[in-house]
Design a protein around this ligand. Sequence first.
Ligand SMILES: Cc1cc2nc3c(=O)[nH]c(=O)nc-3n(C[C@H](O)[C@H](O)[C@H](O)COP(=O)(O)OP(=O)(O)OC[C@H]3O[C@@H](n4cnc5c(N)ncnc54)[C@H](O)[C@@H]3O)c2cc1C
Length: 241
Amino acid sequence: MTQSADAIVIGAGVIGAAVALELARKGYQTVCIDKNPAAGYGSTSSSSACVRAHYSSRDSVAVAYEGFAFWKDCENYLGAPDERGLARYVNCGTVLLKSDDQQYRKSLEHYRALGVPFEDWDTGTLLSRVPYYDAHRFWPPSRPADDSFWETPTTELDGAVFTPDSGYVSDPALATHNLQRAAEAAGARFLLRRTVVEVRSGSRVQGSPSTAASASTPRWWSTWPARTPLWSTRWPASSPA
Ligand SMILES: Cc1cc2nc3c(=O)[nH]c(=O)nc-3n(C[C@H](O)[C@H](O)[C@H](O)COP(=O)(O)OP(=O)(O)OC[C@H]3O[C@@H](n4cnc5c(N)ncnc54)[C@H](O)[C@@H]3O)c2cc1C
């Protein structure tokens, strides 16, 4: 059996599934491969799924800021149903504490340059908006073996930075499955329980079954040049969703 693909995405985490969706929508014949039995079972499933823009590089802030709009409108963005339901974006905003390492200043600089909406809170505002916070300074870091670890802090932080458009996703693995279904609706194919073991020069990819995890699946082997011909393989009859 010979098949061809324009683009092969290795890894069906939230990044790989989203890339597969965008490639498929652009008209590329796309295959997304993952060694796990389902999309989003890698580090994505362990994520706190906090959607925030406080990063130290401008590029990261810009990409995350752009992402807010997609998450807020994810049902329309996906445009495809998922039998498991859709993950929800909870737009509760996020708080970045003004800790003494001053890292927040980098984010603030990028927020201003890129027009990311934010509120600059003093300590009083922080405690009125988030009363369960302890705004004391626990700085510098110390180990339990140090006496200073047990000292009661007496001074408070300078406040916090609140970004109202940020929030969290109710279930990151489900959000990835949603992306998989949307990508499939756009023509992408997902191959699960397959481990890519080698990427050869000349854009050839060689895959094989993973060891223990795929012991029950048929033996599988393939090679892909990008674009042309492709993969001659004994193909498993079906892939788990
Ligand atoms: C505890 C924790 C909390 C986090 N909290 C947040 C948060 O609040 N907000 C946030 O934005 N980010 C958070 N992150 C980071 C976030 O989870 C990751 O940045 C994101 O999930 C990365 O997605 P990914 O698709 O790149 O990787 P993954 O989800 O890890 O996907 C990579 C996939 O590639 C597959 N793979 C790897 N090698 C092969 C191979 N050879 N063949 C086939 N398949 C292969 C793996 O099986 C895996 O499914 C957190 C991460 C952790 C661990």
